[in-house]
Design a protein around this ligand. Structure first.
Ligand code: SF4
Length: 482
């Protein structure tokens, strides 16, 4: 196959087998992905090629650490170029080493299937369907009216697995950086659904708290899962660090202690700030490797020269420490007594994280105290259990008034209450039915409503029954999307 520049492409039509990215993960090779955002949609193909080809060449040229590109989907610009087009334009060969994100924002399931088919035909093999990020224009009103909609990642994963499971190696995104018991448990439950829907590898949200990466690994291990997990890491500039400190980047958390550290670093010269971030990256990369992660995904890497420096520094970091103990000394020297949790929210599911590497055994599970359900919540769910236990098999108008009064029913065409722990998914602004989106705030509240995320209610309900299986196993459809 020839691309627009007339260069011969080396494509892989062998399905999931013969997939370079997968092979490296399977072989336990530390893997680094550099995120690429598509340029604006009106960019000429030749210019798009110039923009990305050097980055692709630089990244693929590294030999010590397997590195590749991760093409994000339409979030930097409203009219950004289609990321499959962009990736196809700049990747001349070995497309099976790269990863493509497919966003569910404003994409119905059939459109996501088309996009996955397109990616497959272009020779890409590694795909991560995501629900998609909100943009500034995604107001509560536009979401409630259905003008802005999202196809949930769990459902997209299942449909891609059903249709392209023989060809595509599917991954997912998880945000382990949750610090309340309910938001943390809700993320884990959703993650388990994604695994059963077809995810074979995972990428974490951006974060700096290595204890949370280890917590995630231990949660997987506890469930007998050894799937590869890559940690998301963001290269900060002083301005972007300030934006995160100000809470302007949904889903990305900096503890107050880390904010103080970053602000102190920003008072020095740009070169000194960069040097501090490079050392932070090295500490993170080596830590992630010791803790059993399969690699890192780096965002905010602007130029090929920067990518080359970062990859070189990661290579050095992976060789720097001969033991975890030696690494810990360097970690403690670098971070001192810094608390990486955003106090007062500091839930961790295990004790003694980041004290040793757990391989054959697990750390002790933390003593978890779930917030009690209110008396009204108990009465409400008790009545719903009794009166609406089969609501998903009946016409949705059945017991309409009861559901309206007890579950704020919005008269969906088909009822899902018994599948969603009797919490109506239509109360979620993004209409998520299978677990929280990535923008739950640090205190567990919804960024759009400022009220508690609806999935915290599900966790309290499951905790009251001491039965989380329903939240980990039952996949509920989105109304009108299944
Ligand atoms: S209710 Fe929860 S899942 Fe829904 S938009 Fe808000 S934070 Fe996201």
């Amino acid at each position: 196959m020839k691309n627009h520049k007339g260069i011969q492409l080396e494509l892989n039509f062998n399905g999931v087998e013969g997939n370079r990215f997968k092979e490296h993960l399977d072989n336990g090779n530390f893997t680094v992905l550099i995120e690429m955002h598509s340029p604006p949609g009106n960019t000429k193909m030749a210019d798009a090629y110039e923009l990305g080809a050097e980055m692709e060449y630089t990244v693929c040229a590294r030999t010590k650490v397997f590195s590749a590109l991760a093409f994000t989907d339409r979030w930097s610009y409203q009219d950004a170029m289609d990321n499959i087009e962009y990736a196809s334009t700049i990747c001349q060969q070995e497309r099976d080493r790269h990863v493509l994100f497919l966003s569910g924002r404003m994409s119905r399931p059939e459109k996501m299937l088309d996009a996955a088919g397109h990616a497959k035909n272009e020779g890409f093999r590694n795909v991560i369907p995501v629900s998609g990020r909100c943009r500034k224009e995604d107001t509560l009103r536009s979401m409630n009216s259905g003008k802005i909609f999202f196809t949930e990642s769990v459902l997209a994963l299942r449909s891609l697995k059903d249709n392209f499971g023989d060809f595509l190696h599917l991954g997912t995104v998880v945000n382990p950086y949750q610090y309340t018991v309910c938001s943390s448990m809700a993320q884990t439950c959703k993650f388990m659904k994604k695994v059963s829907a077809g995810a074979s590898f995972a990428i974490s949200n951006y974060g700096w708290d290595l204890k949370k990466l280890q917590e995630m690994r231990c949660s997987l291990f506890r469930r007998g899962l050894t799937m590869p997990l890559l940690g998301g890491f963001m290269m900060l500039t002083p301005d972007y660090a300030e934006e995160i400190c100000a809470g302007k980047v949904p889903g990305v958390r900096l503890s107050p202690d880390l904010q103080v550290m970053l602000r102190r670093e920003a008072m020095h010269s740009t070169a000194q700030f960069e040097a501090a971030q490079l050392r932070r990256l090295q500490i993170h990369a080596a830590g992630a490797k010791f803790l059993g992660c399969s690699g890192l995904v780096l965002s905010h890497v602007e130029k090929p020269a920067q990518a080359e420096i970062l990859l070189r520094r990661i290579e050095e970091a992976l060789e720097e420490f001969s033991s975890f103990q030696e690494y810990l000394e360097a970690y403690n020297e670098y971070y001192g007594r810094l608390n990486m949790a955003p106090y007062p929210y500091q839930f961790y599911a295990f004790e003694d994280l980041l004290k040793k590497v757990y391989t054959a055994e697990l750390p002790e599970i933390a003593n978890v105290e779930f917030p009690e359900e209110s008396i009204w919540a108990k009465v409400r769910t008790g009545l719903l259990e009794r009166l609406c236990a089969n609501a998903h098999t009946l016409p949705s108008t059945e017991r309409g008034l009861t559901k309206k009064f007890l579950a704020s029913c919005r008269s969906c065409p088909s009822c899902r209450l018994p599948l969603t722990a009797f919490v109506c998914p239509e109360r979620c602004p993004r209409k998520m039915a299978n677990g929280p989106c990535g923008s739950v705030q640090v205190d567990g509240s919804c960024i759009h409503t400022e009220k508690e995320c609806i999935f915290a209610e599900q966790i309290r309900y499951a905790a009251s029954k001491n039965d989380f299986a329903c939240l980990e196993e039952i996949i509920a459809p989105q109304v009108g999307q299944d």
